[in-house]
Write a protein that binds this ligand. Structure first.
Ligand code: COA
Length: 258
């Protein structure tokens, strides 16, 4: 997919590819085109020996508001070969180190993609949330598997069933982020980590990451498939339609009859 949108910026300098979410007027919500560009960028970074590390970053005020809700209404993620699921498969299987810098809201996939990053720097304004239930949906990106493992079942249930945000300190405590910095320093801190990684032997990095993830990989792939089937079905069901329409109409959803 050609990167003919300025909504994703891609730069490769000194062996570090930086993917910048750049749709700030829509809070960096992901369109299908953006997922496609990110999936292609990750695939090319994986195959290109001159790229040793990838950084994913947003804006100092917002990482990502998750999937574009207008795209959801159009049914954009309904099948397993949709760009969103291609992106999730690429990020989950990405063999080289992945670093993220997160400031402001990280909603839905804005949080779940972080489960597949190796190092995460958070601005002290970062707010993570996985409000799939509030949208009549279910988790994706194997978050239904990884969140309980990482956070413990009850904290994952709070995040996934209530869908309420948790802040940078809580994310640090559960191990979702490595360090908290002032928001204006987050991207630079991620670049500094990426430069450190890029100076190490790539074969050792790749083998170490592969070994750390070895036991988990088949379970993650299977869970992502299972989630994608449910997610695609639930996108078309009345609860999700009501949630998306309510968001577009800037009103509270009414689930009282659902
Ligand atoms: N899809 C489409 N458009 C979105 C969006 C999304 N996920 N998130 C934000 N936008 C748009 C808004 O509609 C608004 O557009 P407008 O200026 O044309 O009216 C613009 O981005 C600014 O959003 P706004 O809600 O006014 O910003 P905020 O700072 O008050 O709140 C968020 C930021 C991220 C907390 C809030 O936008 C939000 O909750 N977004 C939805 C998150 C969500 O449920 N994502 C799906 C996860 S699966």
């Amino acid at each position: 997919m050609p990167n003919d949108t300025q909504d994703i910026l891609i730069d490769t300098t000194d062996a570090v590819m930086t993917i910048t979410l750049n749709r700030v007027d829509k809070k960096n919500s992901f369109t299908q085109a953006m997922y496609g560009v990110c999936a292609d960028a990750l695939a090319s970074a994986a195959a290109d020996p001159s790229v040793r590390t990838v950084v994913i970053q947003g804006h100092v005020t917002v990482f990502s508001a998750g999937n574009d809700i207008g795209d959801f209404l159009k049914g954009g993620a309904a099948t397993a070969d949709a760009p969103v699921f291609r992106f999730l498969r690429e990020i989950a299987a990405f063999p080289k180190p992945l670093v993220a810098a997160v400031c402001g809201p990280a909603v839905g996939v804005g949080t779940t993609l972080l489960f597949h990053c190796d190092l995460v720097v958070a601005g002290d304004n970062a707010a993570f949330s996985m409000p799939f239930v509030n949208l009549g949906l279910c988790p994706e990106a194997a978050s239904s598997l990884i969140a309980p493992q990482m956070m413990g079942y009850h904290r994952a249930a709070e995040a996934l069933l209530l869908g309420e945000p948790f802040m940078a300190e809580a994310a640090l405590e559960v191990g979702l982020v490595n360090r908290i910095v002032p928001p204006t320093e987050a991207n630079a801190a991620a670049q500094a980590l990426a430069a450190k990684l890029a100076a190490k032997p790539l074969s050792s990095l790749v083998e170490t990451k592969r070994l750390m993830k070895l036991g988990q990989t088949p379970a993650v792939q299977a869970r992502m498939m299972e989630e994608a089937t449910s997610f695609g079905r639930m996108l078309r069901e009345p609860a999700a339609r009501e949630a998306f329409t309510a968001f577009m109409e800037k009103r509270k959803p009414d689930f009282s009859k659902l």
